[in-house]
Design a protein around this ligand. Structure first.
Ligand SMILES: *Cc1c(COP(=O)(O)O)cnc(C)c1O
Length: 364
């Protein structure tokens, strides 16, 4: 059977390996597997979210509230915005998809940094559209400006990942606002804040204010419940922008795209201040240990504003290292699919990190 030609160029996203795979292939007990590959919250599910989840199951026979009134209400209070400034997606991934479908076509594509979240490019390929990349892996706004100015008629969406996955670096908020100011009203600037809470906790200058983003005519802020909020399995993300952008993206949203338990868990975790603070604080403390390890052992790394750190290898091969660790029940993220000889490690709990660093010391 023939399919649309452009499907040939699409490679699926390489997800972090699941725990079950290590259990099956290497006979390691499930509770001994250390999974630090997908930047999930190592503290487990928030107790408040868990309670809400349990309760919500009783309503599984009913369709979810498609207006998502309560979650929008919580988010609008948190960010001092209005309901009409919010769209909810099945992960912020889904909102990236809406954006690509709403704004790109064969003549107008996207601009991204060379090494950034793979889904921007994958969704762009769904639309068979143009993909411009800056020469640098990390975000360099001068390069973004230059390519944008030279190709304005061919670029309708620019993605800034603040901070950037998988490298960990982070633009200053004021530079992001300044950049948006100097773009055309018709170019949508996407500020992906999947890890912005971690960056803001470390350095106030990195904190993007979604309300400010929503006051621009041509920008949208993306947030997710999958990272800091520990709900990756529930698939909830959100976009914040002016009403014009939100109402147009909403045309692409199918009804009931978020399940009742997912909505309930997201609402509850926003109120779990202890869980949030503990998660941020543990991350900051434990991150230092990885940095110290790298300095001590002569490993290159980019100072990270996220909940992961990326070690750039010089002598060893990242795939070999990741495979050796896998046999020991440790799942890390090999960055070969990003054309880098590097390993991305999610910052885990103290105990997990000690085991990972012990094994890394032996291998590196
Ligand atoms: C994880 C991640 C997302 C979205 O994750 P969802 O689980 O779909 O909400 C978006 N952007 C970046 C950079 C991410 O790392």
């Amino acid at each position: 059977m023939k399919f649309n030609k452009h499907l040939k160029n699409i490679n699926n996203y390489e997800a972090g390996k699941p725990i079950e795979l290590v259990v099956r292939e290497f006979g390691i007990k499930e509770d001994e597997v250390i999974k630090l590959a997908s930047n999930e919250n190592p503290n487990g599910v928030s107790k408040k979210a868990l309670q809400a989840l349990n309760k919500s199951i009783n309503f599984a026979n009913l369709y979810p509230d498609d207006s998502m009134f309560e979650l929008k209400n919580s988010l609008s209070k948190k960010y001092n915005i209005l309901d009409k400034n919010i769209i909810i997606g099945s992960g912020s991934d889904q909102i990236i998809e809406f954006i690509i479908h709403a704004k790109t076509n064969q003549n107008q594509g996207i601009l991204v940094s060379k090494t950034t979240f793979a889904m921007y490019e994958i969704y762009a390929k769904h639309s068979d559209t143009k993909i411009f990349k800056t020469p640098s892996g990390i975000h360099n706004l001068n390069e973004f400006t230059k390519i944008y100015q030279e190709n304005k008629d061919k670029i309708s969406v620019i993605f800034l990942c603040v901070p950037n996955n998988p490298l960990g670096e982070c633009l200053d908020a004021k530079d992001v606002y300044e950049f948006i100011k100097n773009t055309d009203e018709d170019t949508l600037i996407v500020i992906d804040g999947a890890y912005n809470e971690f960056a803001a906790f470390k350095d106030e200058n990195k904190k993007i204010n979604p309300k400010i983003i929503s006051e621009f005519k041509n920008a949208i802020y993306l947030g997710t419940f999958s990272k800091l909020y520990g709900l990756g399995g529930m698939r909830v993300g959100y976009g914040i922008a002016n009403e014009n952008i939100i109402s147009n993206l909403a045309k692409l949203r199918a009804p009931f795209n978020i399940t009742t338990p997912s909505l309930a868990a997201a609402i509850a975790v926003l109120e779990d201040e202890d869980y949030i603070y503990h998660s941020l604080n543990n991350n900051l403390i434990e991150m230092k240990k990885f940095e110290e390890f790298a300095v001590k052992n002569g490993i290159k790394f980019i100072p990270s504003y996220t909940n992961f750190i990326t070690f750039v290898l010089e002598k060893q091969d990242s795939t070999q290292i990741c495979n050796s660790l896998l046999k020991k029940g440790i799942i890390l993220r090999d960055l070969k699919s990003y054309n880098m000889n590097a390993i991305r490690i999610t910052i885990g709990l103290k105990k997990q990190n000690e085991i990972v660093l012990k094994h890394l010391k032996e291998l590196l």
